[in-house]
Ligand binder design. Structure first.
Ligand SMILES: Nc1ncnc2c1ncn2[C@@H]1O[C@H](COP(=O)(O)OP(=O)(O)OP(=O)(O)O)[C@@H](O)[C@H]1O
Ligand SMILES: [Mg+2]
Length: 253
């Protein structure tokens, strides 16, 4: 059996800057992997390459045993990889339910549902069930522009998972969320995804979130992976403390 995601000798260069250097790793089905690293370490660049938003300079990416290197985002989404963004990608003027129905339309018809009725029967029920699962059904008729940040994040993740992907990449799911709300929101996300048996890789700066939800942690520094292992071990690694975590601990104080 091959790994779900297999990355080998991956590079991304922007001019003279190597944003990602010689990255090799594999992720098995069912893993929950946290990705940490200082600003500019290459975390989002890595996710952008896996999801087809950026073409690698060199190296290979395989998913479920098939090479997907350099394929466009739409094909990669079809293969079973979904993502959320550092800044939620929702249609501000559309309601919560319409946002989700648009995501269903794009996933199932391959285009924005402009000419077809959004509130098609069956689809609307599935969308409502998803909003229930994410605990945001009471916001269904609210325009996305008026949502609290936590609800907007949940909506963005719901929209990313309409195809029930095998692998979901989350770029900072708790950024912009208050310390008071962050655990409740992560609990929701993790419960829904666990039920769907989704393999998760999430980028996160918050070590409390990493410690509680990640089963394995990858630490990035200057485009390289400097540690890979169980959260407690990686967070305590002296090199990781120096290059990644120390900064955060200092900032928190
Ligand atoms: N499209 C681009 N063109 C040029 N340089 C880029 C581009 N995208 C990213 N970079 C550079 O690549 C490096 C890695 O950026 P990346 O966004 O992957 O970092 P990150 O680890 O996600 O950081 P953060 O925690 O701030 O989100 C940075 O130096 C960044 O300025
Ligand atoms: Mg980033």
């Amino acid at each position: 059996m091959s790994a779900l995601l297999e990355v080998s000798a991956l590079y991304k260069r922007f001019g003279t800057l190597a944003a990602v250097s010689n990255l090799s790793l594999s992720v098995e089905r069912g893993e929950v992997v946290g990705v940490i690293g200082a600003n500019g370490a290459g975390k989002t660049t890595f996710v952008n390459m896996v999801t087809g938003y950026l073409a690698p300079s060199s190296g290979r990416i395989a998913f479920s045993g098939r090479e997907i290197t350099g394929r466009p985002p739409r094909q990669i989404a079809k293969a079973g990889i979904a993502r959320s963004f550092q800044v939620p990608q929702v249609f501000a003027s559309a309601s919560v339910i319409d946002n989700l129905l648009i995501a269903f339309g794009v996933a199932e018809d391959g285009r924005l549902p402009i000419w077809s009725p959004l509130r098609r029967r069956g689809r609307e029920e599935r969308a409502m069930a998803m909003l229930e699962a994410y605990g945001i059904a009471s916001y269904s008729e609210e325009p996305a522009s008026l949502l609290p940040q936590g609800v907007r994040k949940l909506l963005d993740i719901a929209m990313a998972t309409v195809r029930e992907p095998d692998l979901l990449l989350l770029d900072e799911p708790t950024s912009g969320i208050s310390a008071r709300e962050k655990f409740a929101i992560m609990d929701r996300i993790m419960t829904v995804l666990e039920e769907q048996k989704t393999t998760i890789l999430f980028i996160e700066h918050d070590m409390e979130i990493i410690g509680r939800y990640a089963r394995r942690v990858l630490a990035f520094a200057d485009g390289f992976i400097i540690a890979d292992g169980p959260p407690a071990k990686v967070i305590d690694d002296p090199e990781v403390r120096r290059l990644v975590v120390g900064e955060r601990v200092k900032a928190a104080r």
